[in-house]
Ligand binder design. Structure first.
Ligand code: ZN
Length: 287
C-alpha cells in the first residue's frame, strides 16, 4: 500500500466538507495553503463562484480535481423531466471538462419527487431502467468530449430518494452492459460510507479493476449515526476499516487520491481550519 504518512500527495478534499463555513474560492485557498493538491467541487458551489473564475483559480493555485460532483438524478415522472435531466447532465459533463476533472460523479437518482417528499410512483424497477437509459445517453456525449462517468452506488437507505443503484456489483453490471470493453469511459466511485458493509465489497472492487475504479471517497460510519445524510464521521471516529478498504482498491490498481467527503452538521459547525487540519492528520494516520 502507498505510504500516506509522509506527504499529502494522495489527499483530496471534497468541498462539500466545508460548504457551510466557506465559499468555494476560500476553500480552494485554504486547501492550497496546506499543500493539498486536489479537490472535488460541487456544481452549486462552482455556479456561485462562476465556472470560468473557478477554472482560473484552480490553475493559478496549482490545484487539480479528484472528480466533479455531480451528475445523475435521471428518473423523472414524464418525458419532459427525462429530457431535462439529460440536458442537465450534458451541462455537468461540459463543466467537468472545463475544470479538468478526471471524472463526473453520478448520483443516479431514484423515485422521481421522493427527494421532495412526494414520490410520483413507487416503481423502483422503472427508476432503475430510466437510470440505465440516462447513463447510456449521457455516456454517448461524455465519450465524445472525453469525460469519464463514475457511478456512485449509495447505501440502500437512500434507494428511495437519491440513488437506486445500491451496490458496487449493481453499478458494475451497468458498466458491463454499457461499456463492455472497459474503455475507462464508465466506472464507479467507491465511497466507504455507502459500501463498507457490503459482503461482496472486496470481490467487486477486484472485479472493477484499474479501468473502472475512478474515485475513492473516505469518511467514517459513526455509532450511533444520528442522521442518514448529514452525520458522517471524520476518518478514525467510526467503525469503517479504512486501511483494509484502501488495500482493496490499491490491490485492484487504483492509484488516485483518497477524497475526504464529510457531510456533517458537527464538522460544518467547526472552524474550517480545524476541519482541514483534522483531515490532514487523519489522512496521515488512519486513511
Ligand atoms: Zn461520495
Amino acid at each position: 500500500m502507498r505510504d500516506f504518512s509522509a506527504d499529502l500527495a494522495h489527499l483530496a478534499i471534497n468541498t462539500a466538507t466545508l460548504r457551510k463555513q466557506l465559499a468555494l474560492p476560500a476553500i480552494l485557498e485554504a486547501c492550497a495553503r496546506r499543500g493539498i493538491r486536489r479537490v472535488c467541487p460541487w456544481r452549486d458551489q462552482v455556479a456561485s463562484a462562476g465556472l470560468a473564475s473557478v477554472a482560473r483559480h484552480l490553475k493559478d493555485a496549482g490545484l487539480g480535481l479528484s472528480g466533479y460532483c455531480r451528475g445523475g438524478f435521471f428518473p423523472a415522472a414524464d418525458a419532459a423531466g427525462l429530457r431535462a435531466a439529460l440536458d442537465d447532465n450534458r451541462r455537468a459533463v461540459d463543466e467537468a471538462k472545463t475544470l479538468g476533472a478526471p471524472c463526473l460523479v453520478l448520483v443516479v437518482g431514484a423515485l422521481p419527487g421522493a427527494l421532495q417528499g412526494r414520490p410520483a410512483h413507487n416503481d423502483i424497477a422503472l427508476a432503475r431502467a430510466q437510470v440505465v437509459d440516462g447513463i447510456a445517453a449521457t455516456l454517448a456525449y461524455a465519450r465524445q468530449v472525453g469525460m469519464p462517468l463514475a457511478i456512485e452506488p449509495l447505501h440502500p437507505m437512500q434507494a428511495a430518494d437519491r440513488a437506486c443503484i445500491n451496490t458496487t456489483e449493481h453499478a458494475l453490471d451497468i458498466c458491463d452492459a454499457l461499456d463492455a470493453s472497459q474503455t475507462g469511459a464508465l466506472g464507479v466511485a467507491i465511497d466507504v460510507y455507502h459500501t463498507w458493509w457490503d459482503p461482496k465489497l472486496e470481490s467487486q472492487i477486484a472485479r472493477a479493476g484499474h479501468e473502472r475504479l475512478l474515485a475513492y471517497h473516505v469518511c467514517d460510519w459513526l455509532l450511533p449515526t444520528r442522521d442518514l445524510l448529514n452525520d458522517r464521521g471524520m476518518m478514525g471516529d467510526g467503525i469503517v476499516e479504512l486501511q483494509k478498504i484502501r488495500g482493496f482498491v490499491e490491490a485492484a490498481g487504483y492509484a488516485g487520491p483518497a477524497e475526504v467527503e464529510i457531510f456533517s452538521e458537527r464538522w460544518w459547525s467547526t472552524p474550517a481550519a480545524a476541519v482541514l487540519d483534522t483531515c490532514v492528520a487523519r489522512y496521515h494516520t488512519v486513511v
